[in-house]
Design a protein around this ligand. Structure first.
Ligand code: SAM
Length: 281
């Protein structure tokens, strides 16, 4: 049987049996493959790196969506950068107070192929009337836009290839300008045990633009190497320090069903393991 061997790290990796290849091509931006695996369901990889699996995507997507949206409490306009598989969009669209969701994805083929081959990821969200798709480089979009957002979610690839610009100080500065007062930027920021520089670089680069910036975390099994870090950046420190009762009220009032997110997990996610906290000193 054919196997998919991830190439994220030179010295170590994970390997998946490819039970059936649903799509494989070099797009204008990257190598894209979507295949079936008996343990993880449908799996998407870009340029040799696993991006998402049906088995564990809920942990990642719920963490990057519901933590900022419930902390904000009244997000009406949300920007997703990347996110072509539609999983983030699906979770954002569960929030009834959201009136508009813009997704800026560089690679139209990822959106098209996810719509066809990863239907559980988007679950119809691409057809939500509140959704607008922009095919563009996310860094260019935020630099040039006059629109402003309550929450910006960067659901990017790693800082290699097209995703590299989404980890720069300029990008974080442009996001700051595109946020409404009290807005929050969250970004996928790799696995600190295996990618410590990704964490320290982001921390330093966000410091220039945000008064309250830190990370929260979740363990996503196919992003191997322990907990994954999500950067949290805002000027409103109170959002991160919301009390549990308020989070519980917002969660219950929303009626949103989640498999990973709970108000308790939300609060606990900001308690960083010692070695991660030490990287920020
Ligand atoms: N969850 C995954 C992870 O952490 O590995 C990433 C998800 S995947 C949907 C990331 C998406 O970001 C890809 O579809 C890719 O095409 C898109 N992307 C990469 N660089 C981009 C850029 N500069 N602007 C917009 N989208 C970008």
């Amino acid at each position: 049987m054919k196997r998919y061997n991830e190439t994220l790290y030179d010295a170590w990796g994970q390997s998946f049996a490819m039970d059936e290849i649903l799509f494989e091509a070099h797009t204008d931006h990257q190598h894209l493959v979507i295949f079936k695996n008996a343990m993880w369901g449908r799996v998407m990889a870009l340029d040799g790196i696993i991006q998402t699996t049906e088995g564990d995507e809920f942990i990642y997507h719920e963490s990057l969506t519901h933590v900022p949206l419930f902390a904000h409490g009244n997000a009406r306009k949300v920007l997703i950068i990347g996110g072509g598989d539609g999983g983030m969009l699906r979770e954002v669209c569960k929030h009834q107070n959201v009136e508009e969701v813009v997704m800026v994805e560089i690679d139209e083929a990822v959106v098209d192929m996810s719509r066809t081959h990863l239907p559980n990821h988007n679950a119809g969200a691409f057809d939500d009337p509140r959704f607008r798709l922009e095919i563009n480089d996310g860094a260019k979009f935020v630099r040039e836009t006059n629109e402003t957002f309550d929450v910006i979610i960067s659901d990017s690839t790693d800082p290699i290839g097209p995703g590299e610009v989404l980890f720069t100080q300029d990008f974080y500065g442009a996001c700051k300008k595109a946020l409404n007062p009290g807005g929050v930027l969250v970004t996928q920021n790799g696995v600190p045990f295996a990618q410590p520089e990704e964490l320290t670089n982001t921390y330093r680069r966000q410091q220039a633009h945000f008064q309250d910036h830190t990370f929260y975390s979740a363990a996503v099994p196919t992003y191997v190497g322990g907990v994954m870090a999500f950067a949290w950046a805002t000027d409103d420190e109170a959002l991160r320090k919301l009390d549990l009762e308020t989070l519980k009220q917002r969660y219950q009032a929303s009626g949103i069903a989640t498999r990973y997110y709970t108000p308790e997990v939300h609060q606990g996610a900001f308690a960083l393991p010692g070695f991660v906290a030490n990287l920020l000193k």
